[in-house]
Unconditional design. Sequence first.
Length: 396
Amino acid sequence: MINELNSILISALIALFCTCWIHPYILKVAKMKNIVDNPDARKLQRVPVPIMGGLTVIFGVLTGVMGFNLFGNFYDIFPVFAAIIIILIVGLMDDMISLSPRVRFLVEIALVLYLVYTTGNQIDNFHGLWGIYSISDYVSVPLTVFACVGIINAINLIDGVDGYSSGYSIVSCVLFGVMFYLLGNVKMLALAVIVATSLLPFFTHNVFGKHSKMFIGDAGTLSLGIIFSVFVTTILSENTVNVSLDSNLGLVPFTLAVLCIPVFDTLRVMSVRIVRGHSPFSPDKTHLHHLFIELGYSHIGTSLTIILINLFVVGCWFLAYKLGLSIDIQLYIVVVLGIFVTFVMYPFVRRQIKHETVLYRILNRIGRATHIERKGFWLLAQRLADKSIKEELREL
């Protein structure tokens, strides 16, 4: 395992280097071709921002995987990368010409079915939840499509404030990576580490950069959604049964805990839209991150707060597991927390804002404290982030 971990480390460094190297060139192309996200009444940025960050991240992921393939065999998960390339192209098209939700939805379903057929991984084992283990294909295939398409869209919808989608994805990759380490799945562990390191430079530019900032766009979030779907189907596949883990380790509760806030927030937003007679895919400003921005939080303050809330849910699941609570109870705890943070907390805080209550003023004060003046460390980080792209942008 030591040699395998060294291979993963080298591959991660390759991904990190390649992402740093390609970032200024893709940023230059985006600015030259005016491939930007323009501000409007719904969006939070005030100026046009390039939206080809997803291409940067996936370039790093693919080069990292190529590096790992020098030390081991990554060929059997080729279908995963075929699906990533397809969704990346679809996402880039959506960023540039705005595809209809129906087209994207059909592509997502087709790719999930393709991955089920080619990899053999699907949600076909609950690993003891409600006493259920193996599930027939008649149930598991529709369940897998429903769950994976939901995950893809949930990840796609968190790209609203600086550092949220990339920061959340880095943390999630670390959590999934730990689980794959316990499962002994070296290839998925390598993929999780490579994705996390590919996101690090993008996160740095997105949070600290002034001239180097670039949004990850639909190309990036849809690709990450595919990757997280693969992580979930791998963990909940029948192929995981023979691994000698604690029988009380709830794999279903774990995966839901890691994806808790994006999934439950998406369910809340879409259900509210449907109740109001709107399309579930119609854009608005009712996501959880919009709520924190309205409370006065900065972008990075909003991102860190939501990520910490998600980590709190994961921590509660882990505590339940360590206390010896059943897999069923572990799941109920995660579901209750997910519902509370999204379906209960959101409208409650919204009422506090509307009536300008004492609680609202307290939350607003906390939110304003997250605004960091660009001096000292922050200014140094900004200069370092922007320095790497000044030479490439000088000709513009």
